[in-house]
Design a protein around this ligand. Structure first.
Ligand code: PLP
Length: 455
């Protein structure tokens, strides 16, 4: 007999994942290697170790080990806020009048307010293991910087955060949370780095960008003794750590014999979505099951839907290696959008390859439609979603409404990556009718893509 499905499926502490799920091990077409921007040769472990922690470099380059054990210290930290609940959205289903069953995996139950903590704690742990003094990083909307600050204070590491200047000014509370956890926060571009000074001379008064903040963080890490650069998305290691989201989701669904038809997530650099789909995509790749996967991105930064699959720089300052990914061009500066976490010009190589192979689809959604969905969701499900997460809500609602038309009883799972308490200025714009839907023109994208490196 089928068990009645509770509002929230909570796993026991003992059911916390013991291993990360390395999706790359199951891919026939592996994601393309990172290239040294000068020699155009695949980056070696030695080269990467100048910038990244050694163990993380191993994980970055490992596309054969299917399951990688999660060290006990990291699992102990995970216990503070995991397993995360998988919620059956009974109230949303009722409000929509859909026959579809909707579930969401809620990653906002920690002070950083998002899934980013899953990788932050792993990266801080390996930095500590290596005997480093501290780490540097960038943060756009602030979620990653907050998560890393928490993780660093836990392990007693110094944490230097370059925060995109417009967010630094717009979100003073985020900045204060980071400082509460002991981080040093600098608005980017700053005069503390060569890249920053150069950008300031070229574009005085700029609000900054993620690509620029990355360049500053990398430069600082390579110049300081005992520091390495860590990052919150895009790279393979981050997807690997985020696989705890997918493994828990699968365990919870399996307990109740539920098999999803559609799995949806928002995609900025691709880490939460990559993590959520990992065990499911692994089954699909092995021919054990089939699922429809949908990546959702903002129409203002349409990387997967309108970008090109090519080698490109990961950052504006071109200090990072080249990655083969869907990209809008590293010089692409998206219009001011209220989903700061989704403004990156590229997409993680793993998801890029899966999209190119037709194993995953992508959709772009307009900002006002996203906020309509966010509000509709908050009013019935109670949780105030992050604007990034609301991209996934939008498409989950659209799919549920399609089921209402067709009468199909599909099971939809989406990732609710975080809460939106620091995004109330965006909600205010929406409520006041002042939100716009900027969509870049073909010419704009072509101009940016014309500058892709010739590889
Ligand atoms: C950073 C962030 C995202 C996007 O990042 P991915 O690497 O694509 O997962 C989505 N939602 C929230 C709440 C975030 O903080």
């Amino acid at each position: 007999m089928k068990k009645e499905i509770p509002y929230k499926i909570y796993l026991e502490e003992s059911e916390l994942p013991t291993h990360w799920y390395n999706l790359r091990a199951f891919m026939k077409n592996k994601p393309a290697p990172l290239l040294n921007a000068e020699t155009l040769q695949p980056m070696t472990a030695e080269e990467l170790s100048e910038v990244f922690c050694e163990e993380l470099v191993k994980q970055e380059l490992d596309d054969t080990t299917p399951y990688i054990e999660i060290p006990q210290e990291i699992r102990d930290f995970y216990k503070m806020y995991r397993p995360a609940p998988l919620v059956r959205a009974y109230c949303l289903e009722k409000a929509l009048g859909t026959p579809a069953h909707i579930y969401y995996k809620f990653e906002g139950n920690n002070t950083s307010g998002s899934h980013k903590l899953n990788s932050a704690i792993a990266q801080a742990y390996y930095a500590k293991q290596q005997g480093l003094k501290g780490v540097t990083t960038e943060t756009g909307a602030g979620q990653w910087g907050t998560a890393l600050s928490m993780a660093c204070s836990y392990f007693g590491l110094d944490c230097k955060v370059f925060m995109v200047k417009c967010s630094y000014e717009q979100k003073p509370f985020r900045r204060e949370v980071m400082r509460t956890y002991g981080a040093n926060v600098t608005p980017s571009p700053s005069a503390t780095t060569d890249v920053g000074r150069k950008i300031l001379t070229e574009f005085p008064g700029t609000g900054g960008s993620l690509g620029c903040a990355i360049s500053e963080a990398v430069e600082t890490a390579t110049k300081l003794d005992g520091y390495r650069y860590v990052l919150g998305s895009v790279f393979n290691q981050v997807l690997l750590h985020q696989s705890v989201i997918g493994v828990e989701t699968k365990t919870a669904l399996d307990k109740y014999g539920v098999k999803p038809d559609i799995i949806i997530g928002c995609a900025g650099g691709g880490s939460n979505l990559g993590g959520l789909i990992s065990p499911f995509m692994g089954e699909k790749l092995q021919g054990k099951a089939d699922y429809q996967f949908i990546a959702v991105e903002p129409a203002s930064c349409p990387t997967l839907t309108r970008g090109k699959y090519a080698y490109d720089y990961c950052d504006t300052g071109k200090v990072c290696p080249l990655a083969k990914m869907y990209t809008l061009g590293s010089g692409f500066i998206p219009s001011a959008s209220h989903a700061g976490g989704l403004r990156y010009h590229g997409m993680t190589t793993t998801l890029s390859q899966l999209c190119d192979d037709g194993l995953m689809e992508a959709r772009s959604v307009e900002q006002t439609k996203v906020f309509e969905a966010a509000e509709a969701f908050a009013r019935v499900e109670g949780i105030l979603p992050a604007p990034e997460s609301a991209h996934a809500i939008r498409v989950a609602i659209d799919e549920a409404l399609k089921c209402k038309e067709s009468g199909e009883k599909k099971t939809i799972v989406f990732g609710l990556t975080g809460t939106g308490y620091f995004d109330m200025m965006s909600y205010e714009k929406f409520h006041d009718g002042k939100m716009t839907d900027y969509i870049p023109s073909e010419e704009e994208l072509a101009a940016s893509l014309a500058k892709l490196p010739k590889v």
